[in-house]
Design a protein around this ligand. Structure first.
Ligand SMILES: Nc1ncnc2c1ncn2[C@@H]1O[C@H](COP(=O)(O)OP(=O)(O)OP(=O)(O)O)[C@@H](O)[C@H]1O
Ligand SMILES: [Mg+2]
Length: 236
């Protein structure tokens, strides 16, 4: 469903050119849980922006559900982002002083979904993301980091996207809270067959996926398949 063919990304600032991605090729099938792992500055976020149709490659081709995204117009890219991709970021990006339910409903408001259906879908997403119902009427800034990240995951799910892209989703969390979030991704993958791409610089985090694509200085140096993924056991 995701296929990158020889993707290159070059940033130009005045006369200096920085080659950030140097010919990246890989495929991700529906239902996979893949980690993209590499040190700071290796090009992970740049790659995620391309995968998420937030940016275009300088050279190479990117196919999403067999469509060539690298040649799409900005409008088509915006449609793909809204309908097909769920984003989760390190910093949660929730609206403060707004309830959990409203935060999750937000993408559906932009999509023009009627109020009753919005709330039903937001509730279903919050259940999938594992946030207990006694928190749903709280304001988002009254939650713990792990709870906020689960709201962000619910929001990413609410449009029923083809893939969830998560860039360092545990970066702001302590180890235990990070595990709860990683467990959430594992459950979404196993129980709901969600395709997940998780970006991280930490081996320990990457090992929660089933496959680890290693990136260094803008190149794939290893593609580890059939990872025996770390199982999280937590109780709240
Ligand atoms: N707009 C830009 N213009 C020029 N260089 C850029 C731009 N954006 C990113 N870079 C450079 O591209 C390289 C890769 O950046 P990127 O954000 O993809 O790394 P990363 O792997 O996500 O790092 P981190 O783990 O720190 O988030 C860095 O050297 C960065 O300085
Ligand atoms: Mg980054």
């Amino acid at each position: 469903m995701i296929e990158c063919k020889n993707i290159t990304k070059v940033y130009k600032n005045g006369n200096t050119e920085t080659i950030v991605l140097k010919g990246i090729s890989f495929k991700i099938n529906d239902g996979e849980f893949v980690a993209i792992m590499g040190p700071s500055g290796s090009g992970k976020s740049t790659l995620m922006h391309i995968l998420g149709a937030l940016d275009s490659p300088t050279k190479g081709e990117y196919f999403f559900n067999n469509k060539d995204v690298s040649s799409m117009t900005d409008n088509d890219l915006a449609d793909i982002r809204r309908d097909k991709i769920g984003f989760v970021f390190q910093s949660y990006n929730l609206l403060p002083r707004t309830t959990v339910l409203r935060n999750v409903e937000l993408p559906l408001m932009y999509a023009g979904v009627p109020a009753k259906e919005r709330e039903e879908r937001a509730r279903a997403s919050l259940i999938s993301a594992g946030l207990s119902e006694d928190r749903w009427k709280h304001l988002s800034n009254q939650l713990s980091g792990g709870q906020m990240q689960r709201v962000a995951i619910a929001r990413a799910l609410v449009n029923n996207p083809s893939v969830i892209l998560a860039d360092e989703p545990t970066g702001n969390l302590d180890t235990k809270t990070g595990e709860i979030v990683l467990d959430t991704f594992q459950r979404l993958n196993k129980e709901y067959s969600r395709t997940i791409v998780l970006i991280t610089h930490e081996r320990y985090v990457a090992e929660h996926a089933n496959r680890i694509i290693h990136i260094l200085d803008g190149e794939i140096i290893e593609d580890e398949k059939n990872i025996k993924s770390r199982v999280v056991n937590y109780s709240e």
